[in-house]
Ligand binder design. Structure first.
Ligand code: FAD
Length: 536
């Protein structure tokens, strides 16, 4: 069963090693353990629904409405854990076919309802916020629109209902010897439709491609009518309408069906660990690796603070002590060394040749290969890391992440600036912030920068929110000042909306607004997200 007020399956608990607790206390201070409110306390406060659902297949049950009132953004966490959540959809619907979806949308139309499409509920930037509005709100869950509709092996294409979750999609393809290979860390719950409309990126996108490369076509139901996106392998017939739907965040209509480009399961899919003596050496190596013609699935370089933090969080103190001793012997000292996880994928022979090529580059930058054990551990736990957020919250620590992408000439400065403003953001309040970063998706022309920060939860939800807002605003300004995009993979939603014009420009913002108002003249599709268009 899914946790109602945190991340993941309630049966899975993440352990915080004693060493990690001590480290965090020394870095940000000793926090007060948190008592989260009980589900029942929140459910009884859900107000009456404003729609008459008689005869309609929608639910107005308070529990369903609570479950669809939020995603996984930091403000969502504070609101749910502290019981301050105040806006709920008036009804929830789970259509299981495109014709039922049309009926539900007709019901919403008759009742002048706002529609918030709901995929897996994993948004981290406020995409699922229920707007404050006089109009009633329908949360339209796509989770039952999850059928495996068509498989075309000769075209390497597969078509699914847009609400299919990551595990169901992969299980269906793997049973035929194929894979999509799209693994965002939210894989367990996020959906194909959610990936497309937020322009998501999977952990092995280096090989499999980002969702915009995997999304071949499909269908959407919009307030203006239906749209079909034929899965042409390529086309020069004017602007690509698929690109307009990619990143549309529920503003243009519902993506009901998606055709994706699939591959045969790779013969080899391994991750290797490498340590570099300095950040500069690591960055130079990964820049070269990215430009080399190698069968790489992932290049993930942690800076010294993240390397140190990950080693402590891993527990296994004896093994880590031995590893550190070995690394010191090879010239990688604790406070400066950087860990790289390097994924190699493809036919066995190609991977063997690729490893030779990668080793040459790694040696040039005094990298120390440590083989597959760290990579195996990462592969085994790749979707478990977010569970630690539950444990940390209970102990009194708030954690959040943010991300951007910049060209290589800006990577170092941008990372340092973002970390600097975050770590100093709460100085006025006498609070410390622990911040660390990795380059998570590395391209020939640049890299994404993925930063995690941790601070103490305050005595009141208002003060916890104020701390987060201060950090988030400072970091977002630093991203813009360093020429970064406001999001490499999480999307815009509500949290990134104020910074979007910096990269789109005034005319670009006009274009986006006009597309939204043209496709949704009454402004009832997820208003308030992505761009302001004067709707609710
Ligand atoms: C722990 C964790 C790890 C994450 N890791 C990654 C990562 O590695 N890479 C990454 O890219 N993101 C990541 N994310 C962010 C998030 O998972 C992605 O944005 C994901 O694509 C959202 O998919 P979803 O199905 O959960 O959509 P939701 O969160 O339910 O919705 C997101 C937006 O899409 C709209 N929407 C959903 N489905 C449809 C549809 N069929 N038609 C129209 N609109 C729709 C919603 O209205 C909303 O605006 C992570 C999030 C968490 C909590």
């Amino acid at each position: 069963m899914r946790r109602w007020n945190g991340w993941g399956d309630e049966q899975i608990e993440s352990r915080l090693p004693a060493g990690a607790q001590n480290m965090l206390e020394s870095l940000v201070g000793c926090p007060a353990p948190q008592q989260s409110v009980h589900r029942q306390e929140v459910t009884v406060r859900v107000p009456g629904s404003r729609v008459d659902a008689a005869g309609a297949t929608v639910s107005t049950d308070p529990g369903d409405r609570l479950d669809h009132a939020h995603g996984q953004s930091f403000p969502d966490w504070v609101a749910v854990r502290c019981g301050t959540i105040s806006r709920f959809p008036d009804a929830v619907a789970w259509p299981e076919s495109e014709s039922r979806l049309e009926e539900v949308l007709a019901f919403a139309d008759r009742n002048r309802m706002i529609v918030v499409p709901y995929g897996g509920g994993t948004s981290v930037v406020g995409h699922l916020d229920v707007p404050e509005s006089d109009a009633p709100v329908l949360s339209l869950s796509l989770q039952r629109l999850n059928q495996f509709l068509e498989f075309e092996p000769e075209n390497r294409l597969a078509t699914f209902g847009a609400g299919v979750s990551g595990p169901d999609l992969e299980a269906a393809l793997r049973s035929k010897g194929y894979t999509l290979g799209h693994y965002p860390q939210s894989f367990e719950y996020s959906t194909l439709g959610g990936w497309v409309v937020t322009r998501s990126s999977g952990q092995q996108s280096r090989y499999f491609g980002r969702i915009e490369e995997l999304f071949a076509g499909g269908a959407a139901i919009t307030p203006r009518g239906s749209l079909e996106f034929p899965p042409y392998p390529a086309s020069a017939a004017g602007p690509d309408l698929r690109q307009i739907f990619l990143g549309s965040e529920g503003r243009l209509g519902i993506l009901s069906r998606a055709t994706v480009r699939v591959r045969e399961l790779p013969e080899t899919d391994n991750i290797y660990g490498v340590f570099f003596p300095t950040w500069e050496a690591g960055v130079s190596a990964v820049r070269e690796l990215a430009a080399a013609d190698l069968p790489l699935s992932m290049i993930r370089l942690s800076n010294p603070r993240e390397t140190m933090t990950n080693l402590v969080l891993a527990g296994h103190e004896t093994e880590i002590a031995w590893l550190k001793k070995y690394l010191r012997f090879r010239g990688c000292y604790d406070d400066a060394s950087c860990m790289l996880l390097l994924g190699m994928i493809g036919p066995r022979k190609m991977v063997a040749a690729g490893r030779k090529g990668a080793r040459k580059i790694i040696r040039r930058y005094r990298g120390v290969p440590v083989g597959r054990p760290m990579g195996r551990a990462w592969q085994k736990n790749r979707f478990l890391a977010p569970y630690l957020r539950n444990t940390l919250w209970d102990r009194g620590y708030a954690v959040d992440t943010l991300e951007t992408a910049v060209t290589w000439d800006r990577v170092n400065e941008a990372m340092q600036d973002i970390e600097r403003v975050i770590s100093g953001a709460l100085e006025d309040k006498g609070e410390k912030v622990h911040v660390f970063t990795h380059l998570s998706h590395v391209y020939t022309s640049g890299s994404s920068i993925y930063t995690t920060y941790l601070f103490r939860i305050a005595d009141s939800p208002e003060e916890t929110m104020a701390r987060w807002q201060t950090i988030k605003a400072a970091a977002s300004r630093a991203i813009i000042a360093n020429g970064g995009t406001i999001s490499h993979q999480h999307g815009v939603g509500v949290d990134h909306k104020p910074y979007l014009s910096a990269e789109k420009g005034a005319l670009g913002m006009d274009m986006l607004r006009n597309i939204c108002t043209h496709m949704d003249p009454d402004q009832r599709m997820n208003p308030g997200k992505l761009v302001d268009t004067g709707g609710s």
